[in-house]
Ligand binder design. Sequence first.
Ligand SMILES: *Cc1c(COP(=O)(O)O)cnc(C)c1O
Length: 394
Amino acid sequence: MSKSEDFLPYAKPLLGLEEAAEVLDTLKSGWLSRGPRCTKFEQRILQFVGTKYAVAVNSCTAALFLALKAMGVGPGDEVITTPLTFIATANVIVHTGARPVFADVEPQTLNINAGEVAKKVSPRTRVIIPVHYAGQACDMDAILNLAQSRGLRVLEDAAHAICTTYKGRMVGSIGDATAFSFYATKNLVTGEGGMLTTDNEELANRVRILSLHGMDNDAWKRYSAQGSWFYEVLLPGYKCNMTDLQAALGLKQLERIEAMQALRRQYAAAYNNGLANLPGITLPRVANDGGHAWHLYVIQVDEKEAGISRERFIEEMKKKGIGTSVHFIPVHLHTYYKNTYGYKEGDFPVAEKAFKKLVSLPLYPRMTMQEVQKVIKAVRDIVGIGSPDGGDES
Ligand SMILES: *Cc1c(COP(=O)(O)O)cnc(C)c1O
């Protein structure tokens, strides 16, 4: 079982000949940095999510950071987010000079708890960053109502949530702005890459300008026939633009996104069936209308009931040739956050309790149904329940 070709990695992107051909065409075109394919990819994304503006950048981290800057967040301000997220969500708050404030999660969905957010709002609060954990939408009505009543902006971290819907609306068209990730493990892959979507023209323009040194809007066109050598610098910006090579991948990935999502849903349903009612194994809970993008399939392993610790569970899975991951180490427990802001164990008990049990199983369209069944069998074997009816296939 330790032969590397037998190992099922925790994640692996699905890229085809279409992506390869588009990248080759891009190389032939000579546009290696930001060019027409970035503009086309922005158009396609804004049509897809149903928003007015989209700005392509080099990561979701950059999209979050630039959006906070464009919203005017800085020293003396506070931004509220969930502790159960990737470190990037909180680091970008720190980089603006603002203070990261956390609000605990709901035990069912592991999404930020709007009631907890309300308790953390202060006169310094400027922005709420809800994270659509695993691809399931947060309680956006409650968050938007709170934001409206307290004069706050809502910046959604949708790194897991391309294709997530909330009450029939696509994530990306709901809050003041939304940041997507196209990192190698995410539902739509450009290697590295991100996108900010918004209906706010001024915000979109500011993010675009900040992403390219602070140069005015069409500075990238200066190397094309319509361009001129002249550009104006309006602000000291950053260098966070997407490249056409990334956009080439994104354009072709977007053409196959529905097919990829159908496989994610199918595999999640197979896990729901194959792993139902196992002792000490809690399956992901879908809260309301089920507009789940199934970026992650996160189970919780309860040491007492399952008879195995989460750490040993992960080791046993590895021995059986299956990679897993943990999403996430709560941000407030990282050394920097403890030392700088005085956060400590016990501050966010729901997130901490869940964290100790979390295991993300492999879930991606590059997998086969046989591989999904292999994961199911491994989990059942580890908790001592054996295969579901007839599922054993040597
Ligand atoms: C992956 C991820 C990010 C960062 O995305 P990048 O595109 O790698 O910058 C941010 N937030 C969450 C919740 C993520 O999972």
